[in-house]
Design a protein. Structure first.
Length: 189
């Protein structure tokens, strides 16, 4: 039996429930992993998607567009893409083990955004080359992000032969500052 469509539908409903109500969605809705993911990916979640979604929406109230469970050196992290009523986009990361916000980034439309351009010292083509040197594959998406501590970064979603990765390149230094494996992705824009 292929559980992938069912698991994704249940997870999407969980996100919708968290976005629209104060009460968390039933735990069973997030314990069913995608068929091609290890059964432990979601089932072993400590804080869980509900706690993290609630914390992310408290940080930036709006519409949840996507949730991604990533494996980072310091542990697993849920990243939520949230669009506010005024169109402003946020990427908010929540520690899966603690259920606390670990990073908040504001997404801008392009590298030409005045706030982003004022910080960036390298262009997108150079950043893309650095990201692909770190993880060879196909770039599926690039995001232009402003971080809370005044930095700017290019974030690439890269599909490789062994999975999907997010590679973040500092827009000022050109250094790869983070590479994380995507364990599970729900939704998308």
């Amino acid at each position: 039996m292929n559980l992938k469509p069912t698991a994704l539908a249940l997870a999407a409903l969980t996100l919708a429930a968290c976005a629209k109500t104060e009460a968390p969605a039933p735990a069973a809705a997030v314990s069913a992993p995608a068929a091609d993911a290890p059964a432990t990916v979601v089932a072993n979640s400590n804080a869980g998607i509900e706690s993290c979604a609630k914390a992310a929406l408290a940080q930036a109230p709006g519409e949840l567009l996507q949730a991604t469970l990533k494996s980072e050196p310091e542990g697993r992290v849920w990243e939520f893409e949230i669009r506010q009523a005024d169109g402003k986009l946020f990427d908010i990361e929540c520690s899966d083990s603690a259920g606390t916000i670990v990073e908040t980034e504001t997404r801008v439309a392009s590298a030409a955004d005045p706030e982003f351009a004022a910080i960036a010292k390298i262009d997108e083509a150079t950043a893309r080359a650095k990201a692909l040197a770190a993880k060879a594959g196909t770039v599926e998406r690039v995001e232009f992000e402003l971080e809370a501590e005044g930095k700017a970064s290019y974030e690439y979603d890269i599909k490789t032969a062994d999975g999907d990765y997010r590679v973040e390149v500092d827009a000022a230094s050109g250094e790869v500052v983070e590479t994380s494996a995507e364990l599970l992705e729900i939704g998308g824009i």
